[in-house]
Design a protein around this ligand. Structure first.
Ligand code: KG4
Ligand code: ZN
Length: 324
């Protein structure tokens, strides 16, 4: 079955064609440059840019192929951008005469891993991006329980805000990731926000700890110090994410772990996840970076599972805060 997946929930305009788990095309048009000077995604600008780009992106992904279904993300995400994706999906389905499947954006992130390698259920999934830090227990396709989520900032948001404090620009994740390789992660000890007794996360305290550290320093940190601060901050984030996720897998007696979202592109996070999982006899699946960030292929893959279960129905209403 060949499925067109359309993704517009945040700042990537993407369309992809996936056939029985194999990617035939995956076009991603990023709006990072548009939002850079605002240090974050501006919803109205994002919606307008999606509208300008979506037809070209869908056409390029389709490349005149025949398809059997169209999938789009109905939420969570930004309202204006989500509506653009839905309209594009309905228009494509009408002209190609095929059914439409509305997909939960986070289920898309879970199935992104399956586009790279075989995954198995039950699993624990960690979805970490600029908007999410969600820990899920998946009993099977379509059967999820939210174990925990962030109580304040998402992990990617913390990266972006800390990068701004250090004068490193937007988005903060890739630059902190890069600079950390030259820094000493033990130079500053930031308390790990483990939140014992809960599967929730909290990154606002870590961000404030960085702010106080810079204030107490009383001057601009030197280049070397910036790299040390990046590495120390990153180590606290990575240790928290990895330790809670693997602890959840052990607690619920699950052997499979999936990681997705923009922050899953982080080199140190990937390295520590793999090392720790091997140590504990768990299998961790982290897709290549292009499939970690938002993309249409992951939605097509999630839709494929729904179609195989005979579920084309369900609400098409876009919902920015769509619950599981
Ligand atoms: O999934 P995504 O592209 O968009 C949404 O937020 O939905 O994720 C973007 C977030 C940003 O906060 C960015 O700083 C972070 O992912 N990010 C990273 C890395 N690449 C992107 N964080 C840490 N390390 C990276 N290499
Ligand atoms: Zn996402």
């Amino acid at each position: 079955m060949r499925i067109l997946g359309i993704e517009t929930s945040c700042d990537e305009t993407s369309a992809a064609v996936v056939e029985d788990g194999r990617i035939l095309s995956n076009i991603v048009s990023s709006q990072i440059r548009l939002h850079r000077r605002f240090h974050g995604v501006v919803p109205e600008l994002a919606a307008r840019a999606h509208l300008q780009r979506i037809s070209g992106v869908v056409e390029e992904a389709l490349a005149k192929r025949r398809i059997d279904a169209v999938a789009f993300a109905r939420g969570p995400g930004l309202m204006g951008p989500l509506l653009v994706g839905k309209m594009a999906a309905l228009a494509a389905a009408e002209s190609l005469q095929c059914p439409v499947v509305a997909v939960h954006h986070l289920e898309g992130h879970v199935f992104a891993a399956e586009l790279a390698e075989k995954i198995g259920f039950p699993l624990v999934a960690l979805i970490v991006s600029g908007g999410h830090t969600d820990l899920l227990l998946g009993r099977g396709p379509g059967r999820y329980r939210v174990l925990g989520r962030t109580r304040d900032d998402a992990a990617g948001e913390a990266y972006d805000k800390v990068a701004r404090m250090l004068g490193l620009g937007y988005p903060g994740g890739p630059v902190i990731d890069r600079l950390s390789r030259q820094g000493d992660a033990s130079s500053v000890h930031f308390t790990r926000p483990f939140m014992p007794g809960s599967w929730d996360f909290s990154f606002a305290g870590l961000k404030t700890a960085m702010l106080y550290h810079l204030r107490d320093l009383g001057r601009q940190p030197a280049r070397r110090e910036v790299a040390d601060l990046c590495a120390s901050f990153q180590e606290a984030v990575v240790e928290t994410l990895v330790s809670k996720t693997l602890k959840a897998a052990e607690h619920f007696r699950v052997r499979e772990v999936v990681v997705g979202g923009g922050v899953a592109a982080n080199a140190r996070l990937r390295e520590v996840f793999q090392a720790e999982a091997q140590h504990r006899g768990l299998r961790v699946h982290i897709p290549p970076p292009i499939l970690c960030t938002d993309n249409g292929a992951m939605l097509a893959q999630a839709a494929w599972h729904r179609l195989r279960r005979g579920k084309i129905g369900g609400s098409w209403r876009c919902d920015p805060g769509l619950p599981w």
